[in-house]
Design a protein around this ligand. Structure first.
Ligand SMILES: CC(C)(COP(=O)(O)OP(=O)(O)OC[C@H]1O[C@@H](n2cnc3c(N)ncnc32)[C@H](O)[C@@H]1OP(=O)(O)O)[C@@H](O)C(=O)NCCC(=O)NCCS
Length: 165
């Protein structure tokens, strides 16, 4: 067998606290283009983290302990929202985003959420991942995102009700 065969990657999901925000912001800066205004600032992330039901998750590669992706979610009563999800560019398209999304669905369902939602910029290729997981478009928010040059972009609101068959 070739010694160049890729090593299997094991991801660990870790609940992150404010002192892991450096790792999150490094992934955020690489993953999100400033053209669209989808990324959050460090103070926006730090500001929401103490709120009830908010969970920041880091996906780490087990062998290297390197943080490769993150998600930020909030559960409120029987609803959950995926606020952010990002994967470091050089590790994209290897299943980490889908694993984080599955983790969001499992965590939210485990907390009693019956309706999961998120916003995604109209045109963001991440929509393919959400659709493949069963999310459906439920609405549109006009001019929801504003890019660095002032351009505005619509958001689609996507919804999943995991236990509706
Ligand atoms: C969206 C994102 C988190 C997906 O992470 P990822 O690790 O690359 O995702 P996966 O490898 O699990 O891919 C899942 C599916 O998403 C879709 N997808 C993701 N990126 C895509 C791209 N650039 N082009 C086409 N489809 C894409 C595909 O359907 C893909 O499945 P496939 O590889 O079997 O075709 C990642 O691309 C990212 O960080 N993007 C920038 C930040 C962002 O836009 N976040 C979402 C809005 S909050």
């Amino acid at each position: 067998m070739s010694s160049l065969a890729p090593r299997p990657t094991t991801l660990l999901f870790e609940r992150a606290e404010v002192d892991q925000l450096d790792e999150v912001m490094a992934i955020m800066a690489g993953a999100f283009s400033p053209d669209y205004g989808e990324a959050w600032t460090r103070s926006q992330c730090a500001g929401i983290m103490p709120m009830s039901g908010v969970v920041l998750t880091l996906a780490r590669e087990q062998a290297s302990a390197e943080a490769r992706g993150f998600s930020l979610l909030r559960t409120v009563a029987d609803e959950a929202e995926l606020l952010l999800i990002g994967v470091a560019p050089r590790f994209q398209r290897s299943g980490i985003g889908r694993a984080l999304l599955d983790h969001f669905i499992a965590h939210s369902s485990g907390c009693g959420a019956r309706r999961l939602h998120l916003e995604v910029r109209d045109g963001n290729l991440a929509a393919g991942m959400y659709r493949a997981t069963g999310f459906a478009v439920a609405g549109r928010r006009h001019h929801y995102y504003r890019g660095a040059d002032g351009s505005q972009f619509d958001a689609l609101t996507l919804v999943l009700e995991p236990n509706q068959g």
